[in-house]
Structure formats: C-alpha cells, structure tokens
Ligand binder design. Structure first.
Ligand code: AMP
Ligand code: MG
Length: 651
C-alpha cells in the first residue's frame, strides 16, 4: 500500500488495524505538504466587473482614461474668467453678461466664455473654453435678465476639478494581488473598465465519508448523525477564496468511495474529504489515495490534539486532504493547515486579520509532544482581549457557535500559564466583541432574559465556567455579570457571602431543587424527599446519581444521605441536565436536580429546597447601556412571565 515515505503499515495478528508508525510534527507535515505543492502558477481568468467581487486581481490595472475626463465644475454657479474678477469686492461689484447656454451634466459646451461674460454651469458640468474658474450661485446676484453681479474675487481653478486630477491616464489604478471589494469595483467602473483578469478561484471538491451520515433536512435514523463537516467545510472554503462543490456523504464502501473520489478530483483543483482517516478497519480513503496519483500521501498522522489522524496527500499536483471525522478536529486542522495552502492557490495573501493577540485568564494544561488546539471565546478585558477556553471536548459542536477562534499550544509546552499572551486564529474574519458578557454558571432561564436584548441588536455572550469561575472573571473585570448559585454552609444563605469588593448582588430567580425519578416508580411516587431517600437506601438494587463536590445541590444530597454512600454515589456529573439524563436513560434511579430540568425530561419530581440563582454585577460596569438593558429585561413583566412559565420563580 502506498503510504509514501512516512507510514509503514504494521500488520497485527488478528487485528485489521494499522498503527500510525510515523507521527510527524505539525511543522514537518506542513513543510512536506507545501514542498509537494509549491511553487505553482496561479491560473487566471477574465471576469466581468459584477462577477469579480471577492476575486484577486491577477495583474496590475492601469487607468485607461483620465478621471475626471474633463475639467469639471464642483458646484452650481457660473463659469468665469478669474481675471475678470480680480478687482471684485463688496464695494466694487463686477457685472458679467450671461452667455446663452446652460451647461448641465452631460452637456458639452458650445460657446466660449469671452471677457466679461459668464456661462451658467451645474455641478458636474464641463468647463467651457475660455473659463478657468467657477463662482457659486450663492455668491452672485442677478443684474437684469441676462447678467449677474459678483462681489468677490475668484482664484484660477476655483471650484474646478481638473482632468486627471483623480486618476491620471496610465497611472496604476490597482495592483495585482488586490482583493476586489466594492471600492475597487467603484474605481474600475469610474475608469470604464468592464472586465478584469483575476486569479481563478481554486475549485475544491468536498466529500464526507461514513455509513452513519445523513444530510440535514432528512430524518435521522437510530445511531445516525447529521453530516456536519460537509456543510462547514464548504462554507470555510468559500470564505477563504475557493469555490466548493459538495459531492455528498459517501458510505464506507471502497468501490463507491474510490469512484466518488476519482469523479470529484477530475473536476477539481483540490479534494477535501473528512472521516475515515483513523487507521481503523472501515477507514478507506487513505488506501484509495495511493491509487489516485503521485506522490500520494506525504503525511498521515500528525502530532496534533485534536487532529492526529489528519492525512495530507498530493495526487499529480492536486492537494488531497482527509480531515479527521470529528467536526471540531476537522475545523482546527482545516483552518490551521489547509487554509494557508488554499489561499496561496487562490493567489490570496495570508489573512492578517485572521489572528489577534489575547491573554488567557486561566492555566490551560496541554499534552507534551503534540501541538494542541484550544477553542476560545474572546471578551474584552481591562487591557486587551481575553481568550476564554470553551472547553467542551473535541466532539462538541456547540463550542463552535460560542467560539471566536482557537489558540495553539506548542508541542514542547505542557501548559499555557494563566495570564500568558497568545495568538488566536479567528474562525470569522473579524473579532466580534460582545456588548454584554456573562460568565459563570449556566441556566436555561438566562436565554429567556437576554432574548429581548438580542432582539434590540445587542450581542450577548455567555460563557459557562461555573459559579466560582464566574466570580473570578468578575473580579478580574472580564465580564459584566457573573451568574452564581453558591450556598454558604455556615450562614445557610446563598450568594451574598461570596461577593468580593466591587461586586454587587442582583437578585435573579429561584430554582426548586428536589428528587428526580422516573414517573411510576413506586419507591418515590407520592413520597416526601426524606421518605424517598429512605426508600432508596433500603433497596440494594436502587442506584443514585450524585453531583460534583462544590455544587450547592451536593450539600443538600449529602445532608439527606446523612453519611450513607449508596450505589451510584461516585457518579458525580457537573450539571442539572446530566442528572436528569442519567435517570431518564435508566443509568440511575434517582438524583437531585431542578424542577424545570426534571419536567423538560418528563420525569417525576419531589420538591425540597429552593436554590438562589443570582447575578454578581461588576459595579464599575453598571452604567454600560447593555448592562442597563439587561437589568431592565430582568425586571420586565415579559421575562418574569417567561421565567415562571419555564418553572422558575423570579426573585
Ligand atoms: P471517523 O474518522 O470516520 O472514524 O470519524 C470519527 C468521528 O467523527 C465519528 O464519531 C464520526 O461519526 C464523526 N464524523 C465523521 N464524519 C463526520 C461528518 N461529516 N459530520 C459529523 N461527524 C462526522
Ligand atoms: Mg467514519
């Protein structure tokens, strides 16, 4: 099998699985990929102006004409000979006789402006022979039916734009390599240029692979998942100067996949696949690449996290890439290693706006020996941008929506210390600094309160880091509000004892906590919380689900248990929703969660005690318009009603 120079397949007894024998560093993988691809000519094509938006000019464009093409009046008034007005003043008005014609826009003058005459001219009109200046109509007075009086002098050239003063014929109008935007199109149109030679956008074929993939819009059978990579890769290619064609999701069938890859590659300049690159039994694409052209695979297995199974190949001059299957891994590797190649093929400069500098607020641990990608959300700190890791694991797609980009931790570093300055590669062309930043504990009720803000055009970013993480962010001035629900054991009160200087408490809402169980479970149905736990403890087959240390709910559970450690005690998820899911899916029989979550999951619920979900407000930020809008929304009838409907009790 053609694994090129880097991979030697290692047969294993009884295992149809090959190992990544040669893992390349990120830098070495990029070097080999680029060495096999460049230098190469960027093909060009002629496009009409209307179709050139976003294209890269393939050659310099020189102005074919002078702009403006003639000496042009900038005002409504009269074309004059400035020498006639040299002696004009308040006390010595000069009388000029009007010539018969009126020069409107688009009217070529026919009469000469002789001494002591003037011609009526409109803004944009060409200056007639003999005239060298224009006086504004406001600075003149009629003097009988066919004459005017002027009471101030005019300098030569006054209110005139001379031919070629904007752009002179032959002058370089635009340089090769310029990305054509609306302003460039304007310049070209002003010179009468209808077509330009631009770099032909690389045609990129996109193929998803996997038996489990279903296209969005179709029903999802059990064990299937929606094809995420197809849509996201197509969009990311178009965002970076390519022209993507999607060939669908192909099942893991060698014959069909090879046929699809050959068809796609024949029509394209580049082929991007995703999935099927880990060297598992069903993973076929990399085997097929060896048959598609020379030199074939140049890197398969790169020291990246996530993204290790990335496969880079060149087949008869065309790049062929297999991105890892997990969408986030696919995106990191695509943006970090494929986008630069794509842009170079498109004749585009490397995107300088794609990177910003930011500080990390917390220490981020990293595996030694692998270049690690960490997705981050950007917020504005006291001095510059702060990059919050949106740590949800490489399989989490929602981290994308929150994330602005990612940072890279060097293979030789085992961590990025808190406060370190780092470079963030943006997913979108520009940083979107949100109007309102909420960092802390997440609650589904939060969306109900911020909804009117979003409708009013304010952008809200909420980052879930737990109550304590939120308080730390608030103390560092990285957010406006930190939602918290912290129970103080000693004072038996919520939240207030945890406020630091500079923070004030804004009451939020109350969330009823209680025992959650599957409806119809006779051990719990109709019981009080105390009775329910007693019933659970006497049944050895009963399994509980706990909460993490530090959660307010955990304190309640431990009190109810009174030192008992029943089966399931060590299962300690970090969220109310995970508890409900464990019970709903029969992995546990009871646990403690909040009422809205239990009800949403269709579970039975025994109320016990209210949890206070409040906001630590950074006092220094109270007057910001977005904060005011939030406070207003929080107190509004609309959101109080919405909270109540969802099972919360507004404070
Ligand atoms: P694979 O590399 O094919 O084993 O895929 C690794 C993981 O990524 C599996 O959980 C796949 O279901 C998932 N995956 C592969 N391709 C896609 C895709 N196009 N969209 C979403 N998930 C995918
Ligand atoms: Mg697969």
């Amino acid at each position: 099998m053609g694994f090129g120079m880097t991979i030697v397949p290692q047969p294993q007894a009884g295992l149809d699985q090959e190992q990544f024998l040669t893992i390349l560093s990120r830098e070495e993988a990029v070097r080999r990929f680029e060495a096999a691809l460049f230098p190469r000519a960027v093909p060009s094509e002629v496009r009409r102006l209307a179709e050139a938006l976003g294209c890269v000019l393939a050659e310099d464009v020189a102005a074919p004409i002078d702009v403006p093409p003639f000496d042009r009046s900038n005002v409504d008034g009269f074309a004059v000979r400035s020498a006639d007005l040299a002696a004009a003043g308040e006390a010595s008005p000069v009388r000029l006789v009007l010539n018969g014609e009126i020069i409107a826009c688009g009217i070529a003058p026919t009469q000469q402006v002789a001494p002591c005459t003037a011609t009526t001219i409109a803004t944009g009109g060409p200056l007639p022979r003999g005239a060298d200046a224009v006086v504004m109509v406001e600075h003149t007075q009629p003097a009988g039916p066919r004459a005017i009086e002027v009471r101030r002098a005019a300098s030569p050239g006054q209110f005139v734009s001379h031919a070629g003063s904007d752009i002179a014929r032959g002058e370089a109008l635009l340089r090769a390599g310029t990305v054509v935007g609306s302003r460039e199109i304007g310049m070209l149109a002003a010179c009468g240029v209808a077509e330009v030679k631009v770099a032909r956008k690389p045609r990129v074929a996109v193929v998803s692979t996997g038996d489990e993939l279903v296209q969005p819009g179709h029903p999802l059978p059990p064990a299937a998942i929606y094809d995420t990579n197809g849509a996201i890769v197509v969009a990311a290619i178009d965002e970076n100067g390519g022209e993507a064609t999607f060939f669908g999701a192909i099942p893991d069938d060698e014959t069909r996949l090879e046929a699809a890859m050959r068809t796609a590659l024949a029509q394209a300049d580049m082929l991007v696949l995703s999935g099927g690159t880990s060297k598992g039994a069903g993973d076929l694409s990399h085997r097929i690449i060896g048959r598609l052209g020379k030199p074939g695979i140049v890197a398969h297995g790169v020291a990246l996290k996530p993204g290790k199974p990335l496969c880079l190949a060149v087949c008869d001059g065309k790049p062929v890439v297999i991105l890892p299957g997990f969408p986030t891994s696919a995106m990191f590797t695509f943006h970090d290693m494929i986008v630069p190649v794509l842009r170079r093929m498109a004749g585009l400069p490397l995107r300088s706006d794609a990177k910003v500098s930011a500080k990390v607020p917390v220490r981020i641990a990293s595996e030694l020996g692998r270049t690690e990608f960490v997705m981050v959300s950007l917020v504005e700190g006291r001095d510059g941008l702060i990059a919050y890791p949106s740590g949800k694991g490489s399989g989490a797609i929602t981290s994308f929506a929150q994330a602005d980009g990612f940072l890279r931790i060097d293979a030789l570093a085992d961590q990025l210390p808190a406060g370190a300055e780092t470079e963030v590669t943006l997913f979108t062309p520009h940083v979107r600094v949100p109007d309102l930043v909420i960092i802390g504990s997440h609650c589904t009720g939060l969306d109900l309160v911020t909804a009117p803000l979003s409708r009013a055009g304010l952008s809200v970013r909420s980052i879930a880091v737990g109550s304590l993480g939120g308080l730390a962010a608030a103390r560092r001035g990285e957010c406006d509000l930190a939602p918290i629900h912290l129970f103080d054991d000693r004072s038996e009160t919520y939240n207030t004892p945890f406020l630091a200087e500079g923070l004030e408490l804004v009451p939020g809402w109350r969330r009823m906590q209680g025992i959650v169980f599957r409806k119809g479970d006779t051990r719990f149905e109709g019981a009080s919380a105390r009775e329910a736990v007693a019933a659970a403890l006497v049944d050895p087959a009963c399994i509980m689900v706990n909460r993490n240390q530090g959660a307010g709910t955990r304190i309640l559970i431990d009190r109810l248990l009174g030192g008992a450690r029943p089966e399931g005690y060590w299962n300690q998820p970090r969220s109310h929703n995970a508890v409900a899911a464990a019970v709903a899916q029969h992995r546990a029989d009871w646990g403690m969660t909040i009422a809205p979550v239990a009800h949403a999951a269709g579970l039975g619920f025994i109320p016990l005690a209210e949890e206070h979900y409040d906001f630590a407000l950074v006092t220094a930020r109270r007057q910001r318009p977005a904060v005011q809008a939030f406070l207003e929304a929080l107190g509004s009838d609309e959101s109080r009603a919405a909270l109540a409907r969802a099972g919360f009790r507004p404070a």
